[in-house]
Design a binder for this molecule. Structure first.
Ligand SMILES: [Zn+2]
Length: 393
């Protein structure tokens, strides 16, 4: 019951009477639960100190709101060759974070050990009390068996059946939840980002792979075997397509990813060593290669621009297929697609609208992630916030 109240409080200020109306619970029950939440420091009552006739005008009587820093969650984004760990508050705002890279050939145990070390040092550094921590959410790459917390298959890392939840639970005194990292990002957007108030949304993330997270009515849609959203492996090229790490040929992932874009950019730069792109790549002191590539395109390097346009077109076709199957209100783009969003989003949106059935594409909003590189950790922390706080059973 408390979780029900919390999910309403998460939406913003609300009164006991409104809570009773929304939940159908009696005002007595609400009052008792709220009293407990206030004692626990999770909920504060606006204007409580201004009682006795000094309440501010225009404010609803005894508006309740969450105290965002009353509890914290840990979010772990497990990418390909990189992991990020963050502590967030109840509004999924990052209070502290750490990024580490890892060798993709390293054993999973070594990678998990590195993450656990980062979690422990972040907690220590931030001085947060252990009993304020709700739990750990982990967004893993590839297929995840959520019920058992197992990373069933991560093709880009070569991992099979990694019991992530068990490993982390053995080492940390907090509850642990594991899901696919793109689904986690979709959840984060739906509750804390540009997806707020949107009933049906798809989050599409591209980096080393391409995946989608689907949210309907505030819930992650996983499909029957947790494979919903694996759009990176839809076939785009029938014959002569490049081999994909999944074992097929001509998948979307063989056409549109960061490594492919970088490879093509390096080729162009080697053919035109005096070109705009080459000079951007050379002078990219401390700037990430991918950022230099987008910068060169924005400054007018036509060749790299046409490569990015072509990739955006393929992405748009994939989005049109998503629109035809799911007909969502919005599609939010993250990772590579948001980073190069100035160029990619208009082209992908146009391709999507041209190819979606009838005029289904016209009303679909295409937005960049609200969180930039934080999307992964905010998403992972959202997994923990929803499993252990807002929607606990
Ligand atoms: Zn594939």
């Amino acid at each position: 019951l408390k979780a029900v109240l919390l999910s309403f409080l998460h939406e913003g200020e609300i009164s006991r009477i409104q809570l009773s109306k929304h939940t159908g619970l009696s005002t007595t029950t609400i009052t008792n639960l709220i009293t407990e939440l206030i004692e626990e420091g999770i909920v504060v009552e606006e204007g409580a100190q201004e009682e006795e006739g000094r309440r501010r005008v225009g404010r609803p009587r005894s508006a309740l709101r969450l105290q965002p820093n009353a509890r914290y969650a840990i979010g772990v984004h497990l990418g390909i060759g990189l992991h990020r760990v963050a502590i967030t508050n109840l509004h999924a705002e990052v209070v502290n974070n750490r990024i580490s890279t890892f060798d993709i050939k390293a054993s999973p145990v070594t990678v998990f050990e590195g993450i656990i070390e980062n979690i422990e040092s972040l907690i220590q550094e931030s001085g947060i009390d252990a009993n304020q921590l709700l739990g750990v959410g982990i967004g893993a790459s590839g297929l995840v068996d959520v019920e058992n917390g197992i990373n069933v298959l991560a093709p880009n890392l070569g991992w099979v059946d990694q019991p992530i939840r068990q490993i982390f639970s053995n080492r940390l005194p907090y509850p642990v939840v594991v899901d696919n990292n793109v689904r986690a990002m979709a959840l984060g957007e739906a509750y804390f980002g540009s997806g707020r108030g949107i009933n049906s949304l798809v989050f599409v993330y591209g980096r080393v792979g391409v995946g989608a997270g689907i949210i309907f009515n505030g819930q992650i849609f996983r499909g029957s075997h947790a494979g919903a959203g694996e759009i990176g492996h839809t076939t785009m090229v029938l014959e002569g397509g490049a081999p994909c790490r999944c074992g097929n040929n001509g998948c979307l992932e063989t056409l549109v990813t960061e490594p492919i874009l970088i490879e093509r950019a390096r080729n162009i730069a080697s053919i035109h060593p005096n070109g705009l792109l080459a000079s951007h790549l050379e002078s990219s002191d401390g700037v990430k290669e991918i950022d230099s590539i987008f910068a060169a395109a924005l400054h007018g390097d036509q060749e790299i621009l046409s490569v990015i346009r072509e990739q955006a077109c393929y992405l748009g076709i994939a989005l049109a297929n998503l629109v035809n199957v799911l007909n969502p209100e919005a599609i939010i783009l993250g990772g590579l697609f948001a980073q190069g969003g100035d160029i990619i989003i208009p082209i992908a949106a146009q391709a999507m609208r041209e190819r979606a059935f009838a005029r289904l594409g016209d009303s679909v909003k295409i937005l960049p992630t609200s969180f930039g590189w934080r999307a992964g950790v905010i998403g992972a922390a959202s997994l923990a916030l929803f499993s252990f706080f807002y929607q606990e059973p």
